[in-house]
Design a protein around this ligand. Structure first.
Ligand SMILES: Nc1ncnc2c1ncn2[C@@H]1O[C@H](COP(=O)(O)OP(=O)(O)OP(=O)(O)O)[C@@H](O)[C@H]1O
Ligand SMILES: [Mg+2]
Length: 356
């Protein structure tokens, strides 16, 4: 007859598809009892794991039925309450990064809306406020930060040896930056599965010599996938900045992204509306709403969070990205740079609030 502990251990290889972490470590298996030839299982799953529910139930059943003395499995399923500090939502073992006071992620459900542009310029604007800023490019498959910060040809140094090896961030534009783009060739594709992605994001958080940082800005890839989950389940975050463009399709995806972080109990710090309007250089007072109007305001109002900035479409923003000197530094007088500085200031209650 198998013991309850042995039955529990039989489930050790069941993992959250997002983070790759064991269900046992995540605390999702709240209870396991044996009663006669039945195993009684209490599962407590956070909202974002709802889509995995059937697979988890099947996985548990498959592993237990057939163990000596277990003929059937009975499940009690509960939803974990989402709360900002709730370990149930983000896993019981959030781990702060030594020396890093505040972590702010920049995200959106949609690709190409300017997340990386916002992350890089926000980081520069926060640094211009006198903060010590790190930038983690968590877009492992499509890293852009090295190009945007003019360091695509640099290779970070590695210190220490064996398990104690640590990566030194690249210092550029007043920031300390780490990106997958620094570790692979510019045209080399990255082909990894979810759990490996989780591993590299954790390495970028904990095996990088970040030093003393008031803020670490994390540039996330598009979507609501493994990178978002891995980050949220690893490190305590002050919150997320959601980037959207004004039109409905972008809004729809941004809403999805926002809802995902809410479900995980991560605060939404505000919305940045990018590509809000275009003013021709020869008619600077004219504003063309190429992608529609007020989407960012709508999203912010719906979510009850501030609209942190509206960034116009400007040639210097795109040039700044491609030339490796962000518009905030290259053209501090431009409307976009002013808007990025406003956004950084709007975030100062968060960055100052977390400071020691
Ligand atoms: N306000 C703007 N004015 C002009 N060009 C912009 C603006 N915002 C972003 N761009 C340009 O649009 C392109 C896409 O921006 P970016 O790479 O920041 O988007 P992203 O959301 O990070 O994309 P991905 O989803 O691929 O990560 C870049 O070439 C960038 O320079
Ligand atoms: Mg990007």
């Amino acid at each position: 007859m198998v013991t309850a502990e042995a039955a529990r251990q039989a489930l050790a290889d069941l993992r959250d598809a997002g983070s790759g972490r064991s269900l046992l470590d995540l605390g999702w298996l709240a209870n396991l009892r044996l009663q006669g030839d039945r195993a009684l299982i209490d599962l407590v799953l956070p909202g974002f794991a709802a889509s995995q529910r059937d697979a988890i139930v099947a996985g548990v059943r498959e592993r237990l039925v057939g163990l000596e003395g277990i003929a059937s499995v009975q499940f009690e399923l509960r939803d974990a309450p989402a709360s900002p500090a709730g370990p149930s939502a983000t896993g019981p073992t959030l781990q702060a990064i030594p020396g890093v006071r505040t972590v702010i992620a920049v995200s959106s459900g949609k690709g190409g809306v300017g997340k990386s542009t916002v992350a890089v310029n926000l980081a520069c604007a926060l640094a211009a406020e006198g903060l010590r800023v790190g930038l983690l490019d968590a877009d492992i498959y499509g890293p852009n930060a090295p190009l945007m910060l003019g360091v695509a040809d640099r290779t970070p140094a590695v210190s220490g040896s064996g398990d104690g090896q640590r990566l030194e961030p690249i210092e550029t534009c007043g920031l300390a930056m780490v990106s997958m783009g620094l570790l692979i060739g510019p045209d080399q594709p990255v082909i990894w599965r979810g759990p490996m992605l989780n591993g590299i994001i954790r390495q970028f958080l904990y095996q990088v010599e970040w030093g003393e940082r008031d803020v670490l800005v994390v540039d996330l890839p598009p979507g609501t996938g493994d990178a978002q989950l891995s980050l949220a389940q690893a490190v305590p975050m002050a919150g997320v900045v959601i980037v959207t463009t004004p039109q409905q399709v972008a809004l729809q995806d941004a809403r999805r992204g926002l809802a995902m972080f809410r479900q995980m109990g991560i605060p939404i710090l505000g919305v940045v509306e990018n590509m809000s309007w275009f003013s021709p250089p020869d008619l600077p007072d004219r504003r063309y709403a190429i992608f529609g109007s007020d989407g960012g305001q709508t999203l912010a109002a719906e979510a009850g969070v501030p609209l942190l900035a509206r960034i116009p479409i400007e040639l210097p923003v795109q040039e700044g990205g491609d030339s490796g000197r962000p518009v905030t530094l290259a053209r501090p007088d431009s409307a976009a740079a002013v808007a990025f500085r406003d956004a950084a200031r709007a975030l100062s209650p968060t960055t100052a609030g977390q400071a020691a």
